[in-house]
Design a protein around this ligand. Sequence first.
Ligand code: GLN
Length: 308
Amino acid sequence: MDIQAIIDDISTALRPRLGEGSVASYIPQLAKVDPKQLGIAITTVEGETFVSGDADIAFSIQSVSKVFTLTLALGKAGETIWKRVGREPSGSAFNSIVQLEQEHGVPRNPFINAGAIVVTDMVLSGHQPREAIGEILRFLRYLADDETISIDEAVAASEQETGYRNRALANFMRGFGNLEHPVDHVLGVYFHQCALSMTCRQLARAGLFLANHGRDAMTGHSVVSPRRARRINALMLTCGHYDGSGDFAYHVGLPGKSGVGGGIMAIAPGKASIAVWSPGLNKVGNSLLGAEALEMLAARTGWSVFGA
Ligand code: GLN
């Protein structure tokens, strides 16, 4: 299979549509990004990398970071984390507060904002906020095998200024006793993890362990157990695109995690880790052309977990 030709074809086919969708405007710094960009990167479990389009331009990974903080929290606290966050799709927007009161401050899953904020509270445990941010950054640099990865402080500050809804979610959960640290500390870390700036090439490389039974296919190092990798992938499939998760599974059929920066990391278990990026979002806040690129890729490669 000629993966390079496939992703070049996809880039070419989608080029006339660049700019479709709308960039996230509620984070002012993200509203400035040129929407006419599309990058695709694939790292296979055989250790090969293929890139096309804007795959070497860094973007704000936003909620894709939630996969990595979940991995860290599971490493720290193991399965006990499920006392504080659920594992069911929410069927509501990523920043919705409606279920939280009925469900006593326990968010539906670790990928909606409320759930990710609880997970970040767990990563913060035993650390000062600055150390927790350092731990997350080091983890991404380690996974991507790239020391140049950094956090975009302007994006973090922009979200700090306008993060009213996240502040509401966090205060609400703190009121229910489901946050151990002060809201400002937890959100300080959360906004920084969302502001991680990475390229498609780096992101695909960082996700490789999830495509390879928990083991980094390049170095042979075990990151998580095979069972844990399978479970993280299951959560990405059911919850990784918020109230668009069913649609993404229907069209693409791969575990995937989106972010409002326009990035999506998708995992073809046993085959490859994929990162796509295009800033224009659909109505539920997932990259419009990114998802289309993945749908075309799944169709051409037969990589969907549900078969060809
Ligand atoms: N930082 C964003 C927020 O908290 C992340 C949301 C997203 O990427 N869906 O609103």
